[in-house]
Design a protein around this ligand. Structure first.
Ligand code: ATP
Length: 361
């Protein structure tokens, strides 16, 4: 549906977007995720036509739109500030585009009613924007964009101004809208929870490049490199070097554990600095020294911090000269799980199978 082909945009000597290639499918909810300044907004603005690329092409449904002005592109953009007309009520705000496009009165009335119903604002049709909550304004902006039936809706940090509860409701609403009308949504966000919870696919950006794109699960379970693993979710990231020993390739970490590598990839050559990624849920805490087991690591440590998270507690454990993050599930009713206190000495164990060697860049 939307394709970036080796797109570059420079501001002065610096490339804000650097040779980005990306394909977004029809009906997808797609997020561009990355830290501030990584080029997400610039990429979105190029799709909308507000910036033109220095190199590369942008295609919409196989049509080259790189040189097309914004108003000739079959897409619509919602920016963070919603840009509603303050002097028009909700109904007139929604009907603004169709009026400009010369639709008949009857068609405008029908479609406006349909959209008011879709975003559940029928009872607010006569209200002015300044009497609405942030979430309601957001819904008006959505309706106003959707009434023109864009094939793609681009949303730049649309929920940044909303509180957490409203954001969750808006995300659910957007998913529902997507199911009902099948528009392709492209989001820009720096909030990984937002991106991971709503998107079918996510592209993680840094320094104008796409580090990885995939489903939220792929990105969490199989991050492409250290930077993605550090940005998405919590992770224990251990510095190390790849070595070929008698029993094959392994990753020797600074923290101690030597992790055998069973599946080699082209970047894995002897002497290469690499990172070991171990997610917090793959660490287990226990009071007694576990029996030695091949393929399982056990380190003696001390609990330094505990954060209660309702269903889980996140522990910070000092062991082997570093801090480890471990997530312990509280278990179901009647289940007695080991939940240590700050200052407790304990054993921290993990399985080599859950250790993922990653390239540093
Ligand atoms: P944020 O999440 O903070 O909005 P972003 O990932 O969307 O950040 P961009 O707004 O795309 O990042 O900016 C990428 C880089 O390009 C930044 O270094 C920014 O300063 C620079 N940049 C963006 N627009 C312009 C401009 N019009 N003129 C000069 N530099 C710009």
């Amino acid at each position: 549906m939307l394709q970036f082909q080796s797109v570059t945009k420079r501001f002065g000597p610096r490339a804000a977007v650097d040779r980005v290639s990306l394909t977004i499918g029809h009906g997808e909810i797609f997020s561009l995720l990355g830290p501030s300044g990584c080029g997400k907004t610039t990429l979105l603005r190029m799709a909308a036509g507000f910036e033109s690329p220095d190199a590369g092409r942008i295609l919409l449904a196989d049509e080259d739109i790189t040189e097309l002005p914004p108003n000739r592109r079959a897409l619509n953009t919602i920016f963070q500030n919603y840009a509603l007309f303050p002097h028009l009520n909700v109904r007139r705000n929604i009907a603004f585009g169709p009026r400009l496009a010369g639709w008949t009165k009857a068609r405008i009335a029908d479609e406006t009613d349909r959209l008011l119903h879709l975003v559940q604002l029928e009872s607010h049709a006569d209200h002015k924007p300044d009497t609405l909550s942030g979430g309601q304004k957001q819904r008006v902006a959505l309706a106003r964009a959707l009434i023109l039936k864009p094939r793609i809706l681009l949303l730049d940090e649309p929920f940044a101004a909303l509180d957490l509860q409203l954001r969750r409701r808006m995300l659910l609403e957007l998913e529902r809208l997507q199911r009902e009308i099948g528009v392709t949504f492209v989001f820009v966000t720096h909030d990984q929870t937002e991106a991971m919870s709503i998107s079918h696919r996510v592209a993680v950006m840094a320094d104008g490049r796409i580090l990885q794109s995939g489903t939220p699960r792929e990105i969490y379970d199989r991050p492409a490199n250290r930077c993605v693993a550090a940005f998405i979710g919590d992770a224990n990231l251990l510095n190390g070097v790849l070595n070929a020993g008698d029993s094959g390739l392994h990753l020797a970490t600074e923290a101690g554990p030597r992790i055998p590598i069973h599946q080699t990839e082209p970047w894995m050559t002897t002497g290469t600095a690499a990172t070991l990624c171990l997610r917090p849920e793959h660490l287990t805490l226990c009071t007694a020294e576990p029996p030695a087991e091949p393929g399982r690591e056990a380190l003696l440590g001390t609990v330094r911090d505990a954060i209660y998270l309702g269903t889980h507690t996140q522990f910070v454990v000092a062991a082997a000269d570093r801090d480890w993050i471990a997530l312990q599930h509280h278990g179901g009713p009647g289940e007695a799980r080991f939940l240590p206190s700050i200052g407790d000495d304990l054993w921290l164990t993990f399985d080599h199978r859950h250790c993922r060697p990653l390239p540093n860049a």
